[in-house]
Design a protein around this ligand. Structure first.
Ligand SMILES: Cc1cc2nc3c(=O)[nH]c(=O)nc-3n(C[C@H](O)[C@H](O)[C@H](O)COP(=O)(O)OP(=O)(O)OC[C@H]3O[C@@H](n4cnc5c(N)ncnc54)[C@H](O)[C@@H]3O)c2cc1C
Length: 463
């Protein structure tokens, strides 16, 4: 903790650099920036101030200022990540990109869009779709999720199965490094093999290498139509086996999300939407493409999954109701005990049934209130744990379960995170997941970009 006088001097100097209204430092403001969607954060870990840059030059000034004063700098978009990614674990300055939220240009000819880091994924999608184009990555909170946060985590969402995640729709980045220099990682061409692929190095780097200040996104043509199909099963094992049956048949829906009965029931209790709650599990399937291809695929799936009970969605309004219900799962579960932690393991698709069975066993063994849901089509399952953080016994059982969950995923050839990242919540496990050689190389890369370790310290790596 910096002495009060020194802290005040730092705040005054930062205000002189950026302007008084571009720096927040009241106790109330600091408190609001002590959290992100991960609730296990200690309130003692807070920033000195929040800087609100309006331009790339402002970001460069902040980086130079932090380097001069040896202050950590923590990038923040909407603050909705689940891993404590944008919390100031070692104090310093939070750089909140809310004023750099513009879409700078869209080019239907070049199939790209240039955006500032604070633009929301929802706004990017809406603008693309208004011009017959498509930006597929769709974190469920896309209305607020910023593109800077989504790129720094390579966020995905339900459509990852057919379309991939944020890493698949990026051409070029402008990044401010710790010393205040500005680099461009690639080019706006759709093909580019000129030197190392630094663009992809920054995707998923969680703000520990540099500050993304502009991005050129790749767009694709918008599919002609889409249709939702709900398939209900007598067991979660049957539902997870059905995922591979669909894919093995050569059909790639845009979405195959799995929700267990506990999830559908909790959503219905939170906001009744007409989901069937007497079946043990549901697959939320979305097909897209030409209308005739959708009809053919739909008929094929209904014929293929003889053990499922289907509900076909016929109106756009009904489709929106079910999408809203699907996206409400996290919020609904958070209502049960006051707190929720969502995990994010991913395995090769063929291992989904084994993973789901294992998660069920772990949750039962530790007597935890948890839902099983996720983007089963791409092997990415999110067990959501409803928790009371004041219940020490429950928390201790949760941490044991989390340990076993990660071991299980790794033993199945899987990973610790499909789309939420590592942050500080999983930093303890990174060495084990990567292996010590790759872990050491990754730390050396971090040191090359950020020799003083000022960029989002204590995230990804244990110091
Ligand atoms: C209800 C809910 C549903 C969600 N659903 C999904 C989902 O379906 N799929 C999914 O992948 N995720 C999901 N998430 C997780 C998360 O919201 C997303 O990953 C989201 O894209 C993060 O965006 P953000 O603006 O909130 O980033 P933040 O939380 O503000 O930041 C995330 C990380 O990025 C870094 N960062 C932010 N901006 C920059 C920048 N300009 N330069 C460098 N680093 C930066 C931060 O330091 C931090 O490490 C969900 C979260 C919630 C609360």
């Amino acid at each position: 903790m910096l002495a009060l006088k020194k802290t005040n001097n730092i705040i005054r100097e930062l205000e002189a650099e950026l302007g008084h209204d571009a720096v927040l430092s009241s106790i109330e403001d600091i408190y609001c920036y002590t959290y992100d969607s991960n609730c296990t954060i200690k309130q003692t870990e807070h920033p000195i101030a929040i800087a609100l840059p309006a331009s790339i030059e402002d970001v460069q000034k902040i980086a130079r200022f932090c380097t001069k004063h040896n202050l950590p700098m923590v990038a923040r978009g909407a603050g909705t990540n689940h891993v404590g990614g944008c919390v100031a674990k070692k104090g310093g300055i939070i750089i909140h990109f809310s004023r750099m939220n513009k879409i700078l240009s869209i080019s239907p000819e070049n199939l790209n869009m240039i955006v500032q880091p604070g633009a929301t994924v929802g706004d990017i999608q809406s603008l693309a779709e208004s011009q017959g184009l498509f930006y597929p990555p769709d974190p469920s909170n896309l209305k607020v999720s910023t593109i800077g946060g989504a790129l720094a985590l390579s966020s995905g969402g339900p459509r990852g199965l057919k379309y991939g995640t944020a890493k698949d729709y990026i051409l070029n980045l402008k990044v401010v490094l710790a010393d205040g220099s500005l680099i461009e990682t690639g080019s706006n061409c759709s093909k580019n093999v000129t030197g190392f692929n630094l663009t992809q190095l920054f995707i998923g780097s969680e703000g520990v290498l540099g500050l993304i200040v502009e991005a050129t996104l790749k767009l694709i043509p918008k599919p002609q139509a889409n249709k939702i199909l709900l398939a209900y099963f007598d067991s979660i094992e049957d539902a997870s086996c059905a995922v591979n049956k669909i894919l093995e048949a050569g059909i790639t829906p845009s979405v195959i999300d799995l929700l267990d009965k506990f999830t559908t029931q909790t959503i219905e209790d939170f906001k009744p939407s007409g989901l069937n709650t007497y079946k043990e599990a549901m697959l939320f399937i979305e097909l897209d493409g030409s209308k005739s291809a959708i009809s053919e695929d739909e008929a094929y799936i209904v014929n293929l999954l003889k053990d499922a009970e289907f509900e076909r969605i016929t109106s756009e309004q009904q489709a929106q109701t079910f999408w809203t219900a699907r996206r409400a799962a996290f919020g609904a579960i958070s209502k049960l005990k006051g707190n929720v932690i969502t995990e994010d393991v991913a395995v090769p698709r063929t291992q989904i049934p084994t993973l789901v069975k294992g998660i069920k066993q772990i949750n039962e063994k530790y007597n935890l209130t948890a839902s099983i849901m996720g983007h089963a089509g791409d092997g990415n399952i999110h067990p959501n744990y409803a928790l009371n953080f004041d219940d020490m016994d429950e928390m201790s059982r949760f941490y044991k379960a989390k340990n076993e969950l990660f071991k299980l995923a790794l033993s199945l050839g899987g990973t610790l995170s499909g789309e939420h990242g590592i942050g500080f919540e999983k930093a303890n496990y990174l060495n084990c997941a990567l292996g010590s050689r790759v872990y050491d190389i990754s730390k050396q890369i971090k040191k090359l970009f950020d020799p003083k370790n000022l960029m989002n310290p204590e995230k990804l790596f244990i110091e």
